[in-house]
Design a protein around this ligand. Structure first.
Ligand SMILES: Cc1cc2nc3c(=O)[nH]c(=O)nc-3n(C[C@H](O)[C@H](O)[C@H](O)COP(=O)(O)OP(=O)(O)OC[C@H]3O[C@@H](n4cnc5c(N)ncnc54)[C@H](O)[C@@H]3O)c2cc1C
Length: 298
C-alpha cells in the first residue's frame, strides 16, 4: 500500500479534530476511508503490519489520551448511505451514516421507531456498539441485524442477528470484540403520517437541547445511570455542578456532562471523572461507572 493508492492514509494526525470533546493526541496511523473496499484494504494492510486497529465513528463517546494512539485509527464517518423501504419499514444504513439524519429520513418516509435518536450526535456504527438510547428508545429496540468484519479476516463479511449481540443498557458484545460494524438493519413501523413522526422527532430534539449543554464540546453523559438512580442527580446533590479541573468542568446545566471550556486536555477530563467517582462514592456509597470509552490510557 502506498500513500498515492490510499490518499486518506496519514501519519501523526491530531485526533482532537475527530472527537466531540475536542481532546486527544495524535494517531500513529490514521485514515478516513471513503468506501467499504478502501476500509477492507486498510484493515488488511493494518493486520499485515501487526498494528492495533481502532475505529472511530463521530467520536461522540470517546476520551482519547493526550499522548495519542499507537497503531491504525480508522474514522468511518465518510461511509454514509442508507436505503429505506417505506412499504415494509425496513431500513439499512452504512456505519458512518449520522444517526440524526437517519431519524429525519425515517420521519420523512412515514416510518416510526427512530424518533428518539435525533439528538444523538453519533454514527450508525457507534450507536449499535454503544446501544445508544434516549427518551425511552435505544438502538437495540428494532434492530434486525448488523454486518461486521473481523480485521483478521477482512475478506469475509459476517451478518449477526440482534440476539447475537447481547444487548443491555448501553451495552453490546461489540464493545469487547474487535469486530467492525459495516452496516445495520432496522425494522421500523411503516404507514405513519410523516408530519406527525417529524413533529415527535423535532420535539425530542428540542427537549434535549434545552436541558443539555449542546453549545460546548462534550461527550454527552459521562457515567452510566446506576438504575434506578440517575448519575446526574447524585452529582448535583453533592453541589458539584461547575466543579473544574484545568479546562474541564461539570456542566452547570446537566451534572452528568463534563464540558471542555476551551483548552481542556484529556488528562483534565480524566482527573475530573476520577474526582466525581470519589466524591459520589464517599457521599452516596455508589460507584459510578463511565459510559464514555477511554482509548490510549494505561
Ligand atoms: C451532546 C451529546 C449528547 C449525547 N446524548 C446521548 C444520548 O442521549 N444517549 C446515548 O446513548 N449517547 C449519547 N451521547 C453519546 C454518543 O453520541 C453515543 O454513544 C453514540 O452512539 C456514539 O457514536 P459515535 O459514532 O460517535 O461513536 P464513537 O464515539 O466514535 O465510538 C464509540 C465506540 O464505538 C466504537 N465504534 C464506533 N464505530 C464503530 C464501528 N463502525 N464498528 C465498530 N466499533 C465502532 C468505537 O471504537 C468506540 O468504542 C451523546 C453525546 C453527545 C456529544
Amino acid at each position: 500500500m502506498t500513500f498515492a493508492e490510499y490518499p486518506s492514509l496519514r501519519k501523526g494526525v491530531d485526533l482532537s479534530e475527530f472527537t466531540t470533546w475536542k481532546v486527544g493526541g495524535p494517531a500513529e496511523w490514521f485514515a478516513e476511508p471513503g468506501c467499504e473496499n478502501e476500509l477492507l484494504a486498510l484493515l488488511a494492510w493494518g493486520h499485515q503490519q501487526g498494528l492495533p486497529i481502532r475505529c472511530l465513528g463521530a467520536g461522540s463517546n470517546l476520551l482519547i489520551a493526550d499522548r495519542g494512539l499507537a497503531g491504525l485509527s480508522l474514522c468511518l464517518r465518510r461511509l454514509q448511505g442508507s436505503q429505506l423501504d417505506r412499504n415494509s419499514g425496513m431500513i439499512e444504513a452504512e456505519a458512518g451514516e449520522p444517526i440524526p439524519s437517519l431519524a429525519r429520513k425515517a420521519a420523512r418516509a412515514g416510518l416510526s421507531g427512530l424518533e428518539w435518536a435525533v439528538g444523538i450526535p453519533g454514527t450508525v456504527g457507534g450507536a449499535v456498539v454503544m446501544n445508544a438510547g434516549a427518551q425511552g428508545g435505544c438502538s437495540a429496540d428494532r434492530l434486525i441485524s448488523v454486518q461486521v468484519v473481523d480485521p483478521a479476516l477482512p475478506e469475509q463479511r459476517i451478518r449477526l442477528s440482534a440476539d447475537q449481540l447481547h444487548f443491555a443498557y448501553r451495552h453490546s458484545r461489540l464493545q469487547f470484540e474487535p469486530l467492525i460494524v459495516l452496516s445495520a438493519q432496522w425494522q421500523l413501523e411503516p404507514g405513519h403520517d410523516p408530519a406527525a413522526v417529524g413533529a415527535r422527532t423535532s420535539a425530542n430534539l428540542h427537549s434535549r437541547t434545552s436541558s443539555q449543554p449542546y453549545q460546548l464540546p462534550s461527550c454527552g453523559s459521562v457515567f452510566r445511570n446506576p438504575e434506578p438512580q440517575k448519575a446526574g442527580r447524585l452529582i448535583e446533590s453533592l453541589g458539584l455542578k461547575g466543579l473544574q479541573i484545568g479546562g474541564a468542568a461539570v456542566s452547570t446545566l446537566h451534572a452528568n456532562f463534563i464540558v471542555n471550556l476551551g483548552d481542556a486536555k484529556a488528562a483534565d477530563i480524566e482527573a475530573l471523572i476520577d474526582e466525581l467517582q470519589l466524591r459520589v462514592s464517599e457521599g452516596h456509597g455508589v460507584e459510578l461507572q463511565p459510559e464514555v470509552r477511554r482509548l490510549g490510557f494505561p
